[in-house]
Design a protein around this ligand. Structure first.
Ligand SMILES: *[C@@H]1O[C@H](CO)[C@@H](O)[C@H](O)[C@H]1NC(C)=O
Ligand SMILES: *[C@@H]1O[C@H](CO)[C@@H](O)[C@H](O)[C@H]1NC(C)=O
Ligand SMILES: *[C@@H]1O[C@H](CO)[C@@H](O)[C@H](O)[C@H]1NC(C)=O
Ligand SMILES: *[C@@H]1O[C@H](CO)[C@@H](O)[C@H](O)[C@H]1NC(C)=O
Ligand SMILES: *[C@@H]1O[C@H](CO)[C@@H](O)[C@H](O)[C@H]1NC(C)=O
Ligand SMILES: *[C@@H]1O[C@H](CO)[C@@H](O)[C@H](O)[C@H]1NC(C)=O
Ligand SMILES: *[C@@H]1O[C@H](CO)[C@@H](O)[C@H](O)[C@H]1NC(C)=O
Length: 455
């Protein structure tokens, strides 16, 4: 199937080249060089539409003129085949990262979970990574400061995990566990941290943040690593109180903030998301439920362009994509660079409407930016060459695509992996009732491009 798609791409490319040959004055009005955009699959491979006889619950009429008619309908599917690669029977997953040898790492935001960073060791089980001890902090509650968590080298709540271009594992500890189903605890400096591990479990980086960069009510959500130059990490702060982006110099461990409260990182307060066609009105915020309605999640999903020049980001609770040249984010605001914040704020580019609110983003080495579309059971992709969003994969099994991870496997094949975790069905958003159904799922789909290594 991929082969025939690729053959069509070549044909389209050849046609586009012919139509734009210099000096050819016989171009017709249909020869828009950018339409269809390069690599756009033909319409009959993307439209989720088909024509079928009426199903039994519609074909009530016995009138022979209607009874056997074929009527256009939505199949709910397009794009490459979706392959189930892991089923979660215990904990609720967010992050996924896959090394080139196929090892799968995944994270579980901590409530009662006995571990928060794991490796999928069989198709249906996970084991703590690097070990149980590192996943077992001395305590969660800060006894001298109730409501706050503690400072610790061990894991409190690993929200996100990525594999970098050197096949190493980076984990983001938000530092704010949610013990016994209570509200998120506030962070103590030394709780939130960025951790680097070799695949054998040896820690090679442990970066904490001053309270001025990651305050107690920050909620770092995701991360992307660029190993060029000094090396930089980019982490969105999804806290409704602290929307912004944290930047870390990986050589020095120094960190700073950008885009604080910029419209591009903040929430759309009147967002009403639709899942499986059902509008999701958050119930009145009666404690302890509905404490974090969707219209309170700020900058969430992030991706780095394959050349490292652009940082893409999107608030969870908005239907909009943004980017900023990383050159602005790399400047630490200081007396030496007093205008760094103003210049970064001015450099944000609004890439327009995405048709769904978004969770994870991911790039590949062809320049595509994959966009989760939880409202459409889909993953689309933004093509920076055309400025357009292209349909990529849609399937009714895609039940809240959370985190995306591209992997190029040594055993062959390039894949986009993603977790599906039914987030909107969890008690916080369903007035205290858990409507999720185990197992939660991890899928993968084949892609043409490979992992963007940013080396
Ligand atoms: C000029 O454009 C027309 C229409 O797209 C195409 O059929 C023809 O092959 C082109 N001729 C040359 C010399 O490129
Ligand atoms: C799409 O249309 C082309 C050209 O009409 C046809 O050859 C191909 O089989 C169609 N593909 C699908 C998946 O229907
Ligand atoms: C408890 O919280 C306070 C305030 O955040 C912090 O200074 C202190 O280090 C914390 N104690 C521990 C053991 O983490
Ligand atoms: C969680 O609840 C259990 C049972 O009520 C209790 O033993 C435990 O101390 C609680 N943990 C925290 C951190 O509050
Ligand atoms: C966590 O465990 C405690 C004690 O077993 C239990 O009372 C509580 O309901 C659990 N909370 C969640 C969110 O599972
Ligand atoms: C783990 O892997 C790293 C990188 O390959 C290596 O430097 C280190 O010695 C290894 N540690 C152990 C305990 O094997
Ligand atoms: C939410 O749950 C509370 C407590 O059980 C109940 O009083 C309230 O009516 C519920 N609200 C809705 C909209 O179902």
């Amino acid at each position: 199937m991929m082969r025939s798609v690729l053959a069509l791409y070549s044909l389209l490319a050849a046609m586009a080249a012919a139509a734009t040959a210099p000096g050819n004055s016989s171009l017709s009005v249909f020869d828009f060089p950018e339409y269809p955009p390069p690599m756009t699959p033909p319409p009959n491979q993307t439209l989720a539409d088909s024509v079928e006889p009426l199903p039994a619950d519609v074909a009530f009429s016995e009138d022979p003129a209607l009874k056997n008619l074929k009527i256009h309908f939505d199949t709910g599917k397009f794009g490459p085949p979706v392959e189930l690669v892991h089923a979660y029977f215990d904990f609720w997953p967010t992050g996924v990262a896959v090394a080139s040898n196929g090892r799968i790492f995944t994270s579980f935001p901590r409530g009662n979970e006995t571990f928060t960073l794991a490796e999928a060791n069989t198709a249906t089980t996970e084991v703590p990574f690097p070990d149980q001890d590192t996943n077992t902090p001395e305590a969660f509650i800060n006894t001298t400061n109730p409501g706050f968590s503690i400072a610790t080298e061990k894991f409190l709540l690993i929200q996100a995990v990525v594999v970098d271009g050197l096949d190493r594992i980076w984990a983001l500890d938000v530092g704010r566990p949610r013990v016994n189903g209570t509200t998120l605890m506030a962070a103590s400096p030394g709780g939130p941290k960025l951790l680097g591990f070799h695949q054998n479990g040896t820690r090679f980086a442990s970066i904490t943040f001053p309270a001025s960069v990651v305050p107690a009510d920050s909620s770092l959500n995701d991360l992307r690593i660029d190993l060029r130059g000094d090396g930089f990490a980019y982490l969105p702060d999804s806290s409704p109180q602290r929307p912004g982006v944290v930047v870390v110099n990986l050589r020095t461990g120094v960190s700073w903030r950008h885009l604080d409260n910029h419209p591009s990182v903040t929430v759309q307060v009147d967002l009403i998301s639709f899942h499986n066609g059902v509008p999701n009105y958050i119930h009145p915020p009666i404690s302890p439920f509905a404490v974090t309605p969707f219209n309170r999640f700020a900058a969430d999903g992030v991706a780095l362009s394959s050349d490292g020049e652009f940082f893409y980001f999107a608030p969870l609770s908005a239907r909009r994509l943004f980017r900023i040249p990383t050159s602005f984010l790399k400047i630490q605001p200081s007396a030496v660079n007093p205008n760094a914040i103003i210049l970064a704020n001015q450099a944000v580019q609004d890439l327009g409407d995405t048709g769904s609110h978004l969770n994870g983003l991911e790039s590949d080495d062809q320049g595509f930016i994959y966009l989760t579309a939880p409202e459409h059971n889909a993953i689309n992709r933004f093509n920076p060459k055309t400025g357009m969003i292209e349909p990529f994969v849609r399937n009714p099994f895609i039940q809240w695509p959370d985190t995306l991870a591209v992997a190029s496997l040594k055993s062959g094949g390039n894949f986009l992996y993603f977790t599906c975790n039914q987030l909107w069905l969890s008690p916080d958003y369903q007035n205290g009732t858990d409507l999720r159904t185990k197992p939660y799922a991890m899928f993968r789909v084949p892609i043409e491009g490979g992992k963007a290594n940013q080396l």
